[in-house]
Design a protein around this ligand. Structure first.
Ligand SMILES: CC(C)(COP(=O)(O)OP(=O)(O)OC[C@H]1O[C@@H](n2cnc3c(N)ncnc32)[C@H](O)[C@@H]1OP(=O)(O)O)[C@@H](O)C(=O)NCCC(=O)NCCS
Length: 235
């Protein structure tokens, strides 16, 4: 797919091999693509429950963009795609033999979709924001060990460090498929960024590669990629 083949969608360069990353302008998608014809009845019904029209439009635009991009990757019509979700809401494609995996994240008018043909991917996109009360979330986000390192950081670095850790943990938990059903403070990351060991409650559950990106000014994101399913003692 060329970088401008779909109005409102551009490819973002990702250094992780075999990962395709797409940046989505949700408001452009909504106005340019007639998203209602792309999404399912169920998705339209879910959108009708949002109280704010802009939020509903962006939800539908996100679902529509996911279908446009995946249908291109698979060479099928967007309407042919069916999805299933795991117990924690992680979507995957239903009925396609290919081992294609994807993950989606939205923040305000922007969204990202990561696609990989082998492995499991998680992405999290956040807008930078300036709210001093966010620092209180350190006890929810950081593990005990991480809190010790956080405590000695200069004040000026704390907010950015916490937001960075938040996007990283969310991307990891989305690749694992648990989402926030696992408390981020129970998650510890160790090792070089090329192969981070993921420990939940001191038990290794995965090894992942991470990449940090600034897809648009004032935003940040993390891509987490698990290349092979983790088997304890198997690597
Ligand atoms: C996954 C989760 C972290 C997303 O949080 P968020 O910051 O609000 O949202 P993001 O924009 O980053 O990501 C949303 C997308 O992630 C995907 N997603 C949803 N649940 C997911 C999961 N468990 N793992 C990976 N991806 C998930 C979906 O594509 C979703 O898009 P949608 O809103 O169009 O459905 C959060 O919803 C969560 O923790 N869910 C799990 C909680 C749970 O167990 N729920 C059970 C009932 S389903």
């Amino acid at each position: 797919m060329g970088s401008t083949a779909i109005h409102g969608i551009t490819e973002i360069t990702c250094a992780l091999p075999a990962v395709r990353l797409w940046g989505i302008d949700l408001d452009v998608i909504h106005s340019a693509h007639g998203v209602n014809r792309l999404v399912s009845e169920e998705e339209q019904a879910r959108a009708r429950k949002f109280l704010i029209i802009k939020v509903a439009e962006r939800f539908l635009a996100g679902r529509g963009a996911v279908r446009l991009i995946l249908s291109h990757h698979l060479g099928v019509d967007p309407g042919e795609l069916r999805f299933q979700s795991n117990a924690h809401g992680r979507p995957s494609l239903l009925g396609f033999p290919q081992s294609l995996d994807f993950n989606f994240s939205r923040s305000r008018s922007r969204a990202v979709l990561g696609v990989v043909h082998e492995g499991r991917i998680g992405v999290d996109l956040e807008h930078d924001f300036d709210d001093p009360s966010f620092l209180q979330a350190a006890r929810i986000i950081l593990s005990e060990e991480e809190r010790k390192e956080f405590a000695v950081l200069p004040d000026a670095e704390r907010h950015s460090c916490l937001l960075h850790t938040w996007t990283t943990k969310e991307a990891i938990l989305k690749a694992l498929g648990t989402g926030l059903s696992v408390e981020p403070s129970h998650l510890n990351t160790q090792g070089p960024i090329s192969a981070v060991r993921i420990l939940i409650e001191a038990v290794q559950v995965s090894t992942m590669e991470l990449q940090y990106l600034v897809p648009w000014p004032g935003t940040r994101m993390t891509v987490a990629l698990e290349r092979r399913p983790f088997s304890p003692g198997g690597r």
